[in-house]
Every structure is written in C-alpha cells, then in structure tokens.
Ligand binder design. Structure first.
Ligand code: SF4
Length: 352
C-alpha cells in the first residue's frame, strides 16, 4: 500500500518539516516550500529554488501534492470593484469566494477575502440564497485556504483579512475552519493577523462554547437578527435547536473567556426586526456583557424580504443607542450586481 501523500495547503510548515525531514528538508526549507506554494499560488512543488538542490525538490515532489482549485467563473462588480469567484475543488460542485477591496477611509488601502466553508448550508435562514441549495458537503481545509491564496494572487491590494461569511455555517465545519485559519496566519505564508480573521455563526451553541474554552484569538460574530424568539425562529430556524437563551449564555461565556466585546450581526428586514421592541429585548439580554451591533441590509433576490429605508434604519439605530447603549455600525454589503453580497451566494451543480 502506498504511504499517504503530504497535501500542501492542508498542513503547517512545521508539519511539512516533520514529514519531509527524512528526505533532508530543514525547518527553513519547509518554510520556503510553504511560502512558494501559498504566496506563489503554485500548483506544484517548484522546479527550482535558490540554495535547494533540484534532486531534493524531485524527492519532495514524489511524496507531496499541491492541490489547486479550478476557477470556473470570475465576475467583477463595476460599481464597487468586488470580485466574485466560482471555484471547484474535490468534486464538480461549485462554491463561491468574494474579494472585497477597502480603498476608502483613512487607512492604507487593502483587501479582505470572504470565504465559503461549506457547499450549500443546512441551516435554512429564510433570507439566504445558500440555504436554498440545502447542505451538500463540508469544504476540505485546502479548499478553504486556496480561496484566499487564489484571490490574493490576483489582488492589486494587500490582503489583510479573511472573513468566514461565504457559503455555509463555519462552526459546522469547525476543525477544518480552525485549521485553515491557522495555516492562513503563518508568517511564511499569507501572514493574516489572527485578529483580522472573523468567523461568523448563526448560533451553533456547543461550538461557541468550544471556541470560548479554547480562547481562540479570532473574532467571532454571532448573527442575531432578532432578539425576540418567535420572530427569530421565523427568520433563523436554528432558534429551534439552540434557543436565544442558550445562545446568550454561550456568548456570556465567550465574553468571560476573552474579555472582548461581543459583536452581533443584525440583518435588517423592513417591518420585521427594526422596531423599538427589538431594541428593548436586546437591552434585556445584554446586561451582563458589552456588545456591538453590525447592521446589514437584507439582500433577498426573491423580493420576499426588503431592506428598510433610511428613516426606518435610522430610527432603529437610535432605539439601539437609547436602550442598549452600545456601538452600532452599518456594514456595507457590496457586489450586489454580481450577486456577491451577503446572503446572495448560491450555485448549482457545474454552475458557470
Ligand atoms: S445565512 Fe449562513 S447559516 Fe444561514 S443559511 Fe445562509 S449560509 Fe447558512
């Protein structure tokens, strides 16, 4: 039986060293191989590397593989420059990745990459296009890592952040998501700072508790969308499995473990979750730990759910400030013309 091959993009550089040390690969050469594969977006072990013998590279090539996503589609939003990629990995199913340029503001221009963690999703959020695909499969670690590698290779801005807000519920592919985050942090590779990695969840309570207990350095954002259980259940069916009381207990544990303010994402839907009752309900639930609320307009291609107008949005924002007294940010969700905005990612088998 053949020994399993070493799969680059699935491994950390110290693991590359451990696996290849018998061939004569030092820790330094392992880091350089990792850099060549990740920063160079390579599809094979390079033929040449300074100060590394071609014979050693041949031997590495014999035992290692460098998987690479197939890019089947690339769309650019002419309004805001967002780029949406359709990728294929281990099978014919296509999943999506969004490159997000951040050129405005006072900081240095940079980009972030929004990655998928699953093909489809089982959680059935009412306003989400991915939900309509149902759950297909979890992505492999290398399939997550390569989304960032490939989008970075084409980026004219330095990629400084990764958000797990594409297709799927990241905490239902927990081990691979965390492993991908670790690989993306490696200084010899993509060098994404831990605090610039954001993992979003609609509230998988046991995994939020695991995340808290592991004291992970990443930012966790909980999609709340309503603080009133009956309303939340209609929008986010996960409320049946993990009710809001349990969710807030887990978020309190996360705050106690990390000392960090908890970020809650709120998808704004006109007439559904933007009234004063929501702000009062949230205030009651957040007495024991500090929160910040990110407001995102719903993007529902079916037209069933509509975003609020400015007056409705401003009134809700004021109500949150008055009752909860927390920072409230409005998140821009771009790429609408290419269906790259929050809640719009969806593909069919073999989609192009
Ligand atoms: S919003 Fe996220 S968790 Fe909900 S169905 Fe869509 S992909 Fe799944």
């Amino acid at each position: 039986m053949n020994a399993p091959r070493l799969v680059f993009k699935d491994v950390l550089s110290h693991e590359i060293h451990q696996a290849l040390a018998p061939l004569g690969v030092s820790p330094r050469i392992a880091r350089r191989l990792q850099a060549a594969v990740l920063r160079g977006a390579a599809s094979s072990i390079p033929d040449e590397m300074p100060e590394v013998s071609p014979r050693l590279l041949d031997r590495v090539r014999d035992v290692a593989e460098v998987p690479r996503l197939e890019c089947v589609r690339r769309d650019v939003d002419p309004q805001d420059g967002f780029v949406k990629y359709g990728f294929r990995g281990v099978d014919e199913r296509v999943f999506e990745t969004v490159w997000i340029p951040l050129r405005g503001g006072t900081g240095t221009p940079k980009a972030i990459v929004c990655v998928s963690s699953q093909v489809g999703c089982a959680l059935g959020c009412a306003f989400c296009a991915t939900a309509r695909m149902g759950f297909v499969r979890n992505l492999e670690t290398w399939e997550i890592v390569d989304q960032v590698v490939r989008a970075s290779a084409e980026s004219d801005l330095p990629v400084r952040g990764v958000v797990f807000m594409g297709m799927g519920e990241p905490l239902l592919n927990y081990e691979r998501v965390l492993r991908a985050a670790e690989i993306l942090r490696e200084p010899c590779g993509m060098a994404i700072a831990a605090k610039a990695i954001t993992i979003s969840t609609v509230g998988v309570v046991p995994r939020i508790r695991s995340f808290a207990r592991a004291r992970l350095p990443y930012r966790l954002v909980a999609s709340l969308t309503s603080a009133i259980p009956e309303r939340r259940r209609e929008l986010l069916p996960i409320e049946d499995d993990f009710p809001i009381d349990e969710l807030f207990d887990a978020l309190a544990e996360l705050h106690a473990a990390t000392g960090r303010r908890i970020t809650l994402a709120w998808t704004l839907i006109s007439g559904r979750n933007t009234d004063e009752a929501e702000a009062i309900a949230l205030a009651e639930r957040t007495r024991s730990f500090p929160v910040k609320v990110d407001l995102i307009d719903v993007n529902d291609a079916t037209g069933r759910f509509l975003p609020p107008d400015d007056a409705e949005r401003d009134a809700f924002r004021d109500a949150l400030t008055r009752h909860v007294g927390c920072p409230v940010d409005r998140r821009y969700s771009g790429g609408k013309s290419i269906r790259a905005a929050c809640g719009m990612l969806a593909t069919e088998v073999g989609a192009r």
